[in-house]
Design a protein around this ligand. Structure first.
Ligand SMILES: [Zn+2]
Ligand SMILES: [Zn+2]
Length: 434
């Protein structure tokens, strides 16, 4: 290995005696780094794109265990007590966690109801209990049965458990409801707010090396190169293990010997799959904006609202901050996300070598913000569940909501299909071909 190719990792404790010779490849740009011991709270960042490679979190196992146990208890408690109560015309309506789902199913929209249920309840429950299933046995120093499969499930479901977005939807629905009735916050609202903090703390306190120790053995391929691909190595996206690829055949399917995750040097058919999903999302955005998403009936009157007319009414009614949030999350975010993905595909296709680091940051941003578009669907679920006063006022979900949520899901998949390492391959290609 050419040593000047291996630049030092940031924040290293160079005094540590043991010098492992393991390697790790950056998940975002494929650049190879030597694994070096880190001081407590140290982070190893990719020298090329700035992505986090690994970190050293003291006492991570015990902290994660405590946080996940607390999260599980709060999740159960939040489901047992009322969330919000509404009072109008002498009637009191109580809403529990699951009410949104049930009301959507009652209004003939089971798909939307299930979507709200899995992203706000089932997936958070599965990710928290999956982590406990892995961490408790590790605490007592034995490996849980089927650990790799459970860990992969937790990893796959994490981007789809949208508790933060759910909470924002609840708060916005709350503001909207104040004009219709007396809103009384319930006990579960408190449990839920604490749950949000605990779950994000559990995620930031997890040091994946307590589950998948960093490998200190050389992956055993002496080809020269600065990236895993150049050295004919494949990096496991789940456990970071580097595996030598026996042949150059890109159609053979390999899996990681440690966690059995499928291994690809690059995500397969990344560009064509991303492109197909972007086109599908664009097509769906037409009915999503043309058809109404809900009808709010007050005193027997009310007309169906599309997303845009809903925003317009909110601003006309003086609730412009709420209108701006809905406008930004439901219209700006999906549009920006699709534009960024198209731009990144052009960058890869045209082999542009311009500002790869900024392009990687842009990609990470699209991954993070995408799910916030779901907020409109949660607002709808809450309104449908809570406003059930018949003639006085009620909210009915409309077909546009289904088109809209499908479009949001497709944009999230499109971002997942794109492989940011392709941006960096533009820089490598002359080296590989030469
Ligand atoms: Zn990198
Ligand atoms: Zn693996």
């Amino acid at each position: 290995m050419n040593d000047d190719c291996m630049t030092e990792i940031n924040h290293l404790d160079k005094t540590t005696k043991d010098a492992p010779n393991g390697l790790i490849a950056c998940h975002d740009c494929d650049y190879l780094h030597k694994i070096e011991p880190l001081p407590p709270r140290g982070k190893a960042l990719c020298v090329r794109c700035g992505a986090k490679l690994y970190q050293n979190i003291p006492n991570s196992l015990n902290r994660c265990l405590a946080l996940n146990l607390t999260a599980l208890m709060l999740l159960i408690l939040a489901n047992l007590f009322p969330f919000i109560s509404l009072k109008a015309g002498g009637r009191l309506e109580e809403t529990i966690f699951i009410s949104g789902t049930i009301s959507l199913i009652q209004h003939g929209m089971p798909d939307l109801g299930i979507l709200v249920f899995v992203t706000s309840c089932l997936f958070p429950f599965l990710t928290v209990s999956g982590m406990l299933y892995i961490l408790i046995p590790i605490k007592f120093q034995y490996q849980p049965w089927n650990m790799a499969r459970i860990y992969r499930m937790v990893n796959a479901l994490t981007p789809w458990s949208l508790l933060g977005v759910f909470m924002l939807g609840l708060l916005l629905a709350f503001i909207k409801l104040i004009e219709l009735a007396d809103v009384i916050p319930g006990v579960s609202l408190g449990f839920f707010s604490v749950l949000l903090i605990i779950i994000s703390a559990a995620r930031t306190n997890l040091d994946p090396s307590i589950i998948w120790p960093l490998l200190t053995i050389d992956p055993g391929n002496s080809r020269p190169g600065r990236t895993a691909a150049e050295r004919n190595l494949m990096s496991c996206h789940i456990c970071s293990m580097l595996v030598s690829r026996p042949g150059n055949d890109h159609h053979v399917h390999y899996s990681c010997p440690r966690c059995q995750a499928p291994l690809h040097s690059r995500k397969s058919n990344s560009l064509s799959r991303t492109c197909a999903l972007v086109v599908a999302a664009f097509l769906l955005s037409i009915p999503a904006n043309a058809f109404p998403v809900m009808t709010i009936i007050q005193f027997g009157m009310g007309a169906p609202d599309t997303i845009i007319s809903g925003v317009k009414h909110l601003i006309e009614d003086g609730m412009w901050p709420l209108g701006m949030i809905v406008f930004f999350a439901s219209i700006m975010v999906p549009v920006l996300k699709l534009i960024v993905l198209i731009y990144l595909m052009i960058v890869v296709k045209m082999k542009l070598t311009w500002r790869p680091r900024d392009h990687t940051v842009l990609y990470r941003a699209t991954e993070v913000i995408g799910a916030w578009s779901m907020v409109d669907i949660y607002i709808l679920a809450f309104l449908v569940a809570m406003v059930k006063f018949g003639y006085l006022s009620s909210v009915i979900p409309e077909i546009g909501a289904i088109f809209f949520s499908t479009m949001v899901i497709i944009t999230i998949f499109a971002a997942q299909c794109f492989d940011p390492r392709l941006i960096w391959d533009n820089l490598e290609r002359p080296l590989i071909d030469g």
